[in-house]
Design a protein around this ligand. Structure first.
Ligand SMILES: C[S@@+](CC[C@H](N)C(=O)[O-])C[C@H]1O[C@@H](n2cnc3c(N)ncnc32)[C@H](O)[C@@H]1O
Length: 422
């Protein structure tokens, strides 16, 4: 852990002092808020602090989810600001990047997301199965060759693949209802959920969008017509095993043991992050998180198949997910999240709050975040901007193109003072 973070950042970064005076519109801001903004000078540190190439992340992260960040991001802050066995939290867990990286680094884990799929996709990765045990369990699952879904899925799956998926779904439902779902079943649920649809032969479906964006049946029919394709048979059990081998490759026995120990002690919550009363006061050393941005992700549309497989009502979840329509609405929400973060953060603890580039950088959400954290009681250490050049290869609808661009993470870093300020 690096103690003097300010000195650390100054050593190798470009720094810009910035007066956040004309921050957005002053409409609706109280007098105190306006004054607060007027006196705030914030350091901005811009650099390529981490890259995906710099240190290969563990394969264990390879679960697709919309708007996830790279494991190198939470690792950077955990290395800087935490020691082993200290608590790391993510109130917007997503696919679990912060939690899994924390587990791999021997930090204790508290995690929350209002989306129940998030826990389904994260928790099993703390209880790594042996491949032969997994194979034996899969072998035991009865496949009813005549099983059919209650909805038409023929545009995605061969009839025999559909029968296998329905049989897996039924098996997992019965185990869950009987309270008998163990770590092997939970792992199978996670991997099957991840394999439902995708754009390669490693998935259960015919070619479609990446696994975190299920298209509608109508759109899939159009894709099939355009590509002149029909779903062919996919062996679901084999694909689950193949993906499991990939996820667990490179994990040492020690890491597997540590992950289990941390998983057993972890707190996983499925709540609104403004009200997480399952988390005791002042236990968190570091929060690394990235909130939902303005209303850019359509949850129910993206997740209907994953929800169907897990017996989750996608519309119900969609209503709970925060979809702020305006910056003001977003700030109101994030302000409440900061109050809750202040309650659970240890004195001297940190919050690294990541916001991406919104509307191609036209809205600097990072600058809006600063007064929200200050108002909750935190000190602001600065805004850390990680800029990384990349070459993007998009291959949607079979058309490849290479585009250069930058991938920018903007992280506002706060600390809770050891002594309360007057
Ligand atoms: C940008 S994603 C986080 C991605 C995560 N950093 C990762 O690497 O996977 C935002 C997450 O916030 C969750 N979310 C949205 N509204 C929420 C709320 N009010 N309370 C808790 N979680 C919420 C969404 O379900 C989504 O998983």
């Amino acid at each position: 852990m690096v103690l003097d973070i300010d000195a650390y950042l100054r050593e190798f970064t470009f720094q810009e002092k910035r007066n956040l005076f004309n921050l957005g519109s002053n409409v609706g801001k109280t007098r105190v808020e306006k004054e607060l903004i007027n006196v705030v000078y914030i350091n901005k540190y811009i650099n390529e602090f981490w890259t995906s190439k710099q240190r290969q992340a563990s394969q264990l992260h390879e679960i697709a989810y919309r708007a996830c960040f790279k494991p190198q991001l939470p690792r950077f802050f955990m290395e800087l600001l935490t020691n082993k066995k200290e608590v790391v939290y993510d109130p917007f867990l997503g696919r679990g990047t912060t939690a899994v990286e924390a587990g791999l680094m021997g930090r204790l884990v508290v995690a929350n997301d209002v989306n129940p799929l998030s826990i389904i996709l994260t928790r099993p990765r703390f209880h790594i199965p042996k491949i032969n045990e997994l194979a034996a369990r899969l072998d035991k699952i009865y496949i009813d060759r005549s099983a059919k879904a209650e909805i038409d899925l023929s545009m995605f799956y061969h009839s025999q693949t559909e029968a296998e998926i329905c049989s897996l779904k039924k098996y997992l439902k019965l185990k869950e209802e009987a309270g008998e779902e163990d770590y092997l079943d939970a792992w199978i649920r996670m991997v099957a959920t991840n394999r439902l649809t995708g754009h390669s032969k490693g998935f259960f479906s015919v070619y479609t969008l990446p696994p975190n964006q299920a298209v509608s049946p109508e759109s899939q029919r159009r894709i099939n017509e355009k590509r002149n394709q029909k779903p062919d048979y996919r062996n679901t059990k084999e694909l689950i095993l193949r993906k499991s081998r990939q996820l667990t490759s490179g994990l040492s026995e020690m890491q597997t043991k540590d992950l289990k120990e941390i998983g057993d002690r972890a707190i996983f919550l499925n709540m609104d992050s403004r009200l997480t009363n399952g988390i005791p006061e002042e236990i968190v050393q570091l929060t690394v998180t990235s909130p939902p941005f303005l209303n850019i992700v359509q949850y129910a549309q993206d997740n209907w198949l994953r929800c169907w497989f897990n017996g989750i009502d996608a519309n119900e979840v969609s209503n709970k997910i925060t979809m702020a329509k305006t910056v003001k609405e977003w700030c109101d929400f994030v302000g409440e999240v900061f109050n809750e973060l202040y309650r659970i953060t240890k004195k001297g603890g940190w919050v690294a709050f990541e916001v991406g580039e919104i509307q191609n950088g036209k809205i600097d959400l990072d600058e809006y975040v600063v007064p929200l954290g200050l108002k909750a009681g935190f000190n602001c250490e600065g805004i850390i901007i990680n800029e990384q050049d990349f070459t993007k290869t998009s291959n949607i609808w079979g058309i490849g193109n290479n585009k250069r661009g930058t991938n920018t993470n903007r992280i506002v870093l706060f600390q809770k003072c050891r002594m309360p300020s007057n």
